[in-house]
Design a protein around this ligand. Structure first.
Ligand code: DGL
Length: 259
């Protein structure tokens, strides 16, 4: 393994780009390969077995691209598949999970908006915060959100209507924090801020993941010591995703033929 090999990142689609943005700010000298498995999005409605199978295929693909480490930039894939990935593949993995713990340091009634796959995973069901009697966790499946985000529908009336509908039960339970438990939802921050009362804070795990990635790179002697800015490649297997709009002109998205 050499330090200038890329860090591989995958998600079911555009969501993990929000994680890549934070990683690149925090670790600008690293090279990255981002794979959006948009052909199989959403992951959140799939079975644990399907999520493991897709996550393993993504990992194999990124290893073929010479990646030195894998960031699973998807809560659904992390909570369902990270144990299998770590067991099966011999390289470091970083996963992302709903940021309940940091939210709990400031709030008592915490809404968690995530996919069905994340909320029904063993990792989430056994979350230590669920045992904490001082904290109330109000879960909500983000029905239909990933599909809209993949199409680039962020501030549309349809999105606002669906979010209003999904937020209502959490607002009735008087949440004072909202954890964005799916990396796609980071792209909804602005529209959520419009729809939510201003005292409700939004939480996600991107900064923690960037710090953890730096730590694990150092721990394994894998941090890129080059002083040049890193290069990112973004690959997708679906021509009908709005991924290029999310990333802008700086990187040209490559359409690949991966099943
Ligand atoms: N970005 C995802 C997550 O963090 C995947 C959502 C999906 O594909 O359903 O959970």
């Amino acid at each position: 393994m050499t330090t200038n090999q890329p860090i591989g990142i995958f998600d079911s689609g555009v969501g993990g780009l929000s994680v890549w943005q934070t990683l690149r700010e925090y670790l600008p000298n690293e090279n990255y390969i981002y794979f959006a498995d948009s052909k199989h999005a959403p992951y959140g409605t799939k079975s644990k077995e399907q999520i493991i199978e897709l996550s393993e295929a993504n990992t194999k693909f990124l290893i073929q691209q010479q990646c030195k480490m894998i960031v699973v930039a998807c809560n659904t894939a992390t909570t369902n598949a990270i144990a299998s990935l770590r067991f099966k593949f011999d390289l470091p993995f970083i996963g992302i999970e709903p940021a309940i713990k940091p939210a709990a340091a400031h709030s008592k009634t915490i809404g968690v908006l995530a996919t069905k796959g994340t909320l029904s995973s063993d990792l989430f069901l056994d979350h230590p915060m669920k045992e904490n009697d001082d904290i109330t966790i109000v879960e909500q499946v983000g029905q239909g959100l990933v599909e809209m985000i993949e199409k680039g529908e962020i501030k549309t009336p349809k999105m606002k209507k669906q979010l209003t509908h999904l937020l209502q039960p959490m607002l009735e339970k008087k949440i004072d924090a909202l954890v964005l438990g799916c990396t796609h939802y980071n792209f909804l921050r602005e529209v959520l801020a419009e729809l939510l009362p201003s005292h409700i804070e939004l939480w996600d795990a991107r900064a923690a993941i960037a710090k953890r990635t730096a730590f694990v790179l150092d721990q394994n002697g894998l941090r890129n010591d080059s002083s040049d800015a890193g290069v990112t490649r973004v690959l997708t297997n679906n021509s009908r995703t709005a991924i290029q709009d999310f990333i802008g002109a700086a990187v040209t998205v490559e359409l690949i033929d991966k099943v």
